[in-house]
Design a protein around this ligand. Structure first.
Ligand SMILES: Nc1ncnc2c1ncn2[C@@H]1O[C@H](COP(=O)(O)OP(=O)(O)OP(=O)(O)O)[C@@H](O)[C@H]1O
Length: 288
């Protein structure tokens, strides 16, 4: 059986100020169906870029300059628009970091959910059911509201409902609790993993929160400077890290971490370790 995510040596650049930013620098990752994978790494290490790549959801300015990508066996970079839309619809659920920005400000919540459900039952009872599944109270009222009329936490629950509405095979969640108050983070994290388990979805969980990763993910992948640095069972990677960056990372022991604790840039000094790994590499030669 082919892996659900098969990223091979992918390189992605963004135009920067006079130079290009190498966001992914030969990233390789294989994930089998049913796995729960925590993708961790400091800010700028390439997690979001890799998550967006899975659905070819990258901003227009991004340029894939090398490598191969298969999602659920399909060569995503070669798909035409129609097939790409079908892949996103049939296979992928995506929960973004910023739910409010991801919702269409001009459209009521109910209408946006209806569009996601295209081709599936989308009568009021069905819409209500999807909001119930993410524990939104008064779903009938919420269906009639515009995004600016709901809180950030509610918007994130709406995004979760949309991501799960078509029972995705792969759920990519990009720090979905980062914008939430600490007291609801645990609850929302549990909700997402429970819904994913019920749907039988593979989860790629992009996070700075080591505690949530160690609690919910069976496997941990550590990124640094656009590369995968370490990859293995969560308990092993976090308890017996081998790469200098992961050693520094795991020094902030997840068991002692506060809920929502972010992984900073503090722990690892590449110069001191003798390893050259700037976190966001600048490609030589200026813009393209
Ligand atoms: N739209 C963009 N335009 C230019 N550079 C970008 C863009 N998006 C990301 N980058 C750069 O690409 C590199 C990787 O960023 P990315 O957002 O993938 O990292 P990340 O690990 O997800 O960070 P964070 O944890 O802060 O979300 C960084 O240097 C970032 O500044």
């Amino acid at each position: 059986m082919s892996p659900i995510i098969d990223i091979e040596n992918v390189t992605i650049e963004y135009p920067g100020n006079g130079a290009r930013v190498l966001a992914l620098d030969g990233a390789t990752l294989r994930v089998d169906a049913g796995e729960t994978v925590g993708l961790v790494g400091e800010s700028g290490s390439g997690k979001t870029t890799l998550g967006l790549l899975a659905g070819r959801l990258l901003p227009r300015s991004a340029r894939v300059t090398g490598g191969q990508l298969r999602i659920d066996g399909q060569d995503v970079l070669a798909l035409d628009d129609q097939r790409l839309r079908a892949l996103r619809r049939e296979c992928l659920g995506y929960i973004p970091q910023d739910p409010v920005a991801a919702l269409d400000p001009t459209m009521r919540i109910g209408r946006q959910l209806e569009l996601v459900l295209h081709g599936l039952p989308s009568d009021t009872a069905s819409l209500r059911h999807h909001l119930d599944s993410v524990q939104i109270s008064e779903p009938d009222r919420v269906l009639r509201l515009f995004p600016h009329e709901i809180s950030g936490g509610m918007a994130q629950r709406v995004m979760i409902a949309m991501a799960m509405a078509r029972t995705p095979r792969l759920l990519v969640a990009d720090e979905p609790t980062a914008s939430l108050d600490s007291h609801v983070r645990t609850e929302v994290t549990k909700l997402i993993f429970n819904l994913a388990a019920k749907a039988g979805a593979t989860v790629l969980w992009l996070s700075h929160d080591l505690r949530s990763v160690s609690r919910w993910c069976e496997r941990v992948v550590v990124m640094y400077g656009g590369k995968v640095m370490e990859d293995g069972p969560a308990a092993q990677v976090l308890r017996h890290p081998t790469h200098p960056y992961t050693i520094a990372l795991a020094a902030s022991d997840p068991a002692r971490a506060e809920p929502g604790q972010r992984i900073g840039t503090r722990p690892f000094d590449p110069a001191a370790s003798g390893t050259e790994m700037p976190s966001a590499k600048l490609a030589v030669g200026g813009g393209r």
